[in-house]
Design a protein. Structure first.
Length: 185
């Protein structure tokens, strides 16, 4: 019930913004509804063709170690929010999570973390985190692919360390989803 009321409130604010011509209100309203964003850029692709779906044999996806490759500049809170964002994104994409299934492990190093200072934060709400990530077959240890996974917040309602952790989790799930078969979910 509370989610429905919140959704109606967000829609009312977005509608008011559209009617008044205020693009910022619309963007912030959509940002509150959609949350932070996650994307990926393949470095060493899992498969040579975009339409290939080689991850169908995996029935479980786990996070391995994600480390700070910036000399201690990555807030530890970010890594605390990463697993929840990852799990939620896997559920939304209807990817399997079978305890006994073949497991794919994702691990990485955070190579870029950008927070906002007071002045820049008033001018632009964009914040991001980038992790060089490996997809690894857990049983064999074989690295299947490498990508830069990017968690980004583009609205003021999504600013902060926790939201960037959630966004990075979304990026990891998006990478799996791009190479996982659509049928049978």
């Amino acid at each position: 019930m509370a989610k429905r009321i919140m959704l109606m409130l967000v829609l009312a604010v977005v509608s008011a913004g559209v009617l008044s011509g205020c693009g910022t209100v619309v963007k912030e309203g959509l940002g509150a509804t959609m949350g932070p964003k996650g994307t990926f850029v393949p470095i060493r692709p899992v498969a040579p063709a975009d339409e290939s779906r080689p991850l169908g044999e995996y029935k479980r996806f786990e996070l391995g170690a994600f480390t700070d490759d910036m000399g201690g500049k990555v807030p530890t809170e970010l890594l605390a929010h990463l697993p929840g964002g990852f799990t939620d994104a896997l559920i939304k994409k209807k990817l399997p999570n079978s305890p006994g299934g073949k497991t794919l492990l994702l691990r990485g190093k955070i190579s870029h973390y950008e927070g906002q200072g007071l002045v820049w934060g008033m001018l632009s709400p964009i914040e991001e985190v980038v992790a060089r990530t490996e997809m690894v077959d857990k049983a064999s240890g074989k690295v299947l692919g490498v990508a830069n996974c990017v968690g980004r917040t583009t609205t003021r309602v999504n600013k902060g360390v926790a939201k960037k952790g959630i966004a990075l989790g979304k990026a990891l799930a998006a990478w799996i989803d791009a190479r996982y078969p659509k049928e049978g979910r």
